[in-house]
Design a protein around this ligand. Sequence first.
Ligand SMILES: [Zn+2]
Length: 448
Amino acid sequence: MQVKKIVLLFLVLPFVFPACSPKGTTEKKDRPVVVILGLDGASWELIDPLIAKGRLPLFKELKEKSAWGYLRTITPAKSPVIWTSIATGKTVAQHGIDDFRSKKADAKGNFPILQARDIRQASLWDMLDVNGLRSMLVNWYLSYPPQPLNGVNVSDYFAKSAISSHRKKGNIQSQTVYPPERFADLAKLVVPDYQQALKSLHLPDFPELYKKMDTRKEYLDLLILKQFPNWVLQEKLVTDVAADLFLKEDFDFFAVYLKMPDVVQHFAYMAMVGAAYKKSMDRAIVDGDLPEAVKAEAYARVADIVCPVYQNLEKTIRRFLEAEKDREVYFIIISDHSFTFYVRDNKIHYGHIEPKIAPNGIIIMRGPGVKAGKIKLASVYDIAPTVLYLLDLPLGRHMKGRPLRRLFTFRHGNRYTVYKKKKPQPFKQNRELDEEILEELKALGYID
Ligand SMILES: [Zn+2]
């Protein structure tokens, strides 16, 4: 039934109403909008036990009414590598982002953080650009320095920069947004107070909870807890900027990246689970791994700790799902990897980079003509071609992934083209912001 409705709409509209709409509008309205909500580290192993306890009604509904499954990832699961593969549809060897930092030292002997300029391939928004379509990017991984595009790129350095500009009163880093003149308005959405931001995101004050626990280690020695307030302020700003642009702007493609699940999962087991339980976990190791039943209980325990993060994600997702658009919208909710328990030195750890096989991420997809049910095979490489397919644009040649055609009740033709990356604009490095990023990567344990 739904197929017929869509086909009819496509066939009839241009012929019946051309006189009623301004030139070009009919054509534009026929094209759907594609939205990617990127949730770093989001895991079914944590979502499922919370659904079972009735604590995540929206995820439950999405699982029942949408296409959903695991998103096959890349080992080792390093976020910049994976998010770049998602945005380009290409492999590490093709796009060149193989880690957090460059393996080549600069003149001073430092290993610079890899940035947007180092990506050797066209990303989705470059591909939309040459097809005359408009993109909105918010906090996308490796989107700084933002390059000119048809649309708005609120880069992954924006939140830090807007918050520190607010504190120092004046040191405005408008080059973290393209076009730069949009910086000032977006930076007005900063909520500078940690307690207020926590309250608004309904998150517990994890560092405070840690202080009340019976641990030997001072919380300030745990860099990740020390950094936590910064991430809270950033998450609040990114969420509000994304919601604001989503409501006010016209676009064909929208992508937002949220970091909080990854951050909290990094310390949930390490810092928030009691020593006695951890000892019992270490004792449960059999043949170098945990029995499934022990694992399931451990996931449920971590899930209870991170529950508020997922409940807040539900609020954010709902804001997007309920925002009215006069066009059909496809929502693709994905994570780059999940987290898993693994053994190192006869002890249980919880993470995503060290395991021999990276734990796969999640995918949820909904929109007109998307069949509900479990997705059998989907990989991070399939996202870019699937977005092009939904927008009925030519697919990129030499992409590793394929559009997830079997999820849809409709068929588009197959056209291919070569998408080239534009030459990056001249740019002056901002040392201060780079330092802040290094601090965050250290706190997450990604670099030494
Ligand atoms: Zn990640």
